[in-house]
Design a protein around this ligand. Structure first.
Ligand code: G6P
Length: 608
């Protein structure tokens, strides 16, 4: 939530910041701004709306200077407006701040600062940082900066520039991610690596309660309590292609079409096919714990929570270990009963979701082993879990998660095979599952070839106001995910339900205006799903079915059928979700929605 980027070097900062903000726009996009140090004065430009509004307002007249900060906002305190856009400044215009996070005690601090004569121009929590540093400044800027950080409660990833020290940037982190990029005679700070990739691959991450002071001569890191820290510069292995649209109209479409590759990448180097085994180096330390766990909690938010649910079905089915899946936001406050021989798995694309992070900390605090399934390398959840695996899906930029979901499910399958082979699964079964998993990317490709047909179906339903998604077994979570995708990007109200549960409520909604998407793949409960479809037909509901190739029988029950290849029931979400992603995408595009940056949402929810 909120994207921040900062530059100190010998190039013009403004265009680097604006390009960086475009890459960070997925984190928030209700207003944006930059501040540039120009001959010891600070020039700012801020605008409501997307980065292109900021660019248009500057109309090519970018402020000059080679030290600067930029911010794209997702409003928490105060509506999206020019006044509330970052950077925020102190009374005298000496200090400019960009901030991601929430200052929880801002109201008290603001009151005290107003009493001391400070004048506030915005409704934001962030502005108090500029005034607090101003208030505390007595000739030593670093000291004022640190003292201010010690007074604020809440979370921050922030960068401050100041006329007192115009050739420096002060950066700090508590709870909101900050990565620092080390180029040749130039330095960067940002919320994630994407703005840095065009300039440098050498990065390091700040830890909580850590700060950095960057000048032309280098970087000093320490804790905000003034204890020196040592950092190791790592190499990020992204390409520019990973963060561009590569010719697709939207990031979301590109990411949907990347799935044959990303699913393969999630399993690459991890399978020992001949022995039906899976090797996950990142879990070596906790393999025995997982195998003998009395219970596994899986905690996550949003789409990752749906992948977690599929994890529950997989682990219970094949490993016979009790699993409980919980929304991270509930888990963190509900005081769950966690025993020492239990494991908490946190699933997160970004590795930064505030609730998921807090849930895993709660699990650790209660003595459980904590394991991460994460996409973003070096993210906080990746670093705070004692073991884990990366899903290697590459940067996911579309706000609605697609490729991360299928990679998370693939990771769940891998963990399941790894544990199950040590418990109840035979070598033959292990091999069969691995062979089928290896066949999935090709099958996903076949479904992607149906994109135009799915677009035609989308055309027929684009003006609907409600949708119901129904599935059973492994495809109940997929139904939830299909409904979430549609509502996130098209703003059509959609609900996912276990198909049979429909009778206990949603059936009341069914009439000729209610399209119902059924996941009706051929498995043990196929006939039961057909009965559910009949119940919808009897009430004039319109039916779209996701069915297996060759199932011509289904055509008599459905208005539209999207055929997909067959696979094992346990792996079917990897296929059934693809047409649902495409359906949501096409409906949203046909409705003229901003698919990559849907209203009110943010990719990485780093606030509660
Ligand atoms: C936000 C995003 C979703 C994502 C969820 C969890 O709501 O818009 O796409 O599924 O956060 O994010 P995580 O990074 O923890 O998977």
């Amino acid at each position: 939530m909120c994207g921040i980027v900062a530059y100190l070097g010998n190039k013009e900062a403004a265009s680097i910041l604006i390009n960086g903000l475009r890459r960070l726009e997925y984190r928030g996009y209700d207003s944006a701004g930059i501040a540039i140090m120009n001959n010891s004065t600070i020039e700012t430009a801020r605008e409501v709306g997307k980065i292109r509004n900021l660019e248009d307002s500057l109309a090519g007249n970018l402020p000059a200077g080679s030290v600067g900060i930029g911010h794209t906002r997702w409003a928490t305190h105060g509506e999206p407006s020019k006044e509330n856009a970052h950077p925020h400044m102190d009374c005298e215009g000496n200090i400019a701040v960009i901030h991601n996070g929430i200052i929880e005690n801002y109201a008290i601090l603001k009151k005290a600062l107003i009493k001391k004569g400070h004048t506030f121009k915005s409704e934001t929590d962030t502005e108090i940082l500029a005034h607090l540093i101003e208030e505390l400044y007595e000739g030593n800027f670093e000291q004022a900066f640190r003292q201010a950080l010690l007074q604020v409660e809440g979370t921050f990833g922030l960068v401050v520039i100041s006329r007192h020290e115009p050739e420096k940037m002060y950066i700090a982190r508590k709870g909101s991610p900050i990565v620092i990029g080390v180029g040749e005679n130039e330095f960067f700070a940002a919320s994630d690596v994407t703005p840095l990739i065009p300039y440098t691959r050498n990065v390091f991450y700040l830890d909580d309660d850590e700060m950095a002071v960057i000048s032309h001569t280098g970087i000093i890191t320490k804790t905000i309590y003034n204890m020196p820290t040592e950092k190791t510069v790592e190499k990020v292995n992204f390409d520019i292609d990973d963060i561009d649209k590569a010719g697709y109209e939207h990031y979301m479409l590109k990411e949907i079409f990347e799935q044959p590759k990303t699913i393969m990448d999630a399993m690459r180097g991890r399978l020992i096919r001949e022995e039906g085994l899976v090797k996950l180096g990142g879990l070596a330390e906790v393999e025995d714990l997982l195998m003998n766990a009395e219970k596994i909690y899986i905690t996550a938010s949003g789409t990752s929570w749906h992948a977690a649910l599929i994890g529950e079905y997989l682990l219970e089915e094949y490993c016979r270990i009790p699993v409980e899946v919980e929304y991270a936001s509930e888990f963190r406050y509900r005081n769950p009963v966690i025993k020492k021989n239990e494991v908490v798995i946190a699933v997160s694309q970004s590795g930064e979701t505030a609730d998921t992070l807090a849930a895993l900390r709660e699990g650790r605090h209660k003595g459980a082993a904590v394991v991460g399934i994460v996409n973003t390398v070096g993210s906080t959840i990746a670093r705070e879990t004692q073991a884990g695996i990366y899903i290697h899906a590459g940067p996911e930029i579309g706000v609605a998660s697609t490729k991360a979901f299928t990679s998370q499910v693939t990771a769940m399958v891998l963990i399941t095979i790894m544990i199950a082979r040590k418990r109840y699964m035979s070598v033959v079964q292990g091999k069969q599952l691995i062979d089928e998993l290896l066949a999935i990317p090709e099958k996903v490709k076949q479904i992607l070839d149906e994109s135009d047909l799915i677009k035609e179906i989308a055309e027929a339903y684009k003006n609907e106001r409600n949708f119901l998604y129904l599935g059973r077994g492994f495809n109940f979570p997929t139904a939830l995910e299909g409904a979430l995708k549609l509502k996130e990007i098209s703003y059509i109200h959609a609900e996912g339900y276990p198909a049979a549960e429909m009778k206990h409520g949603p059936i009341a909604l069914i009439d000729e205006n209610m399209p119902v998407v059924f996941i009706a793949t051929h498995d043990a409960i196929y006939d039961k799903v057909i009965s559910n479809i009949e119940e919808v037909r009897a009430r004039k509901g319109r039916v779209i079915c996701i069915a297996n190739e060759g199932d011509t029988n289904i055509e008599k029950y459905a208005d539209h059928v999207i055929y997909i290849p067959r696979t094992y029931h346990a792996l079917s979400p990897l296929l059934t979700v693809i047409p649902l992603q495409l359906l949501a995408y096409h409906v949203a595009v046909l409705r003229g929605c901003d698919v990559d940056q849907p209203r009110n949402l943010a990719k990485s929810v780093t606030v509660e």
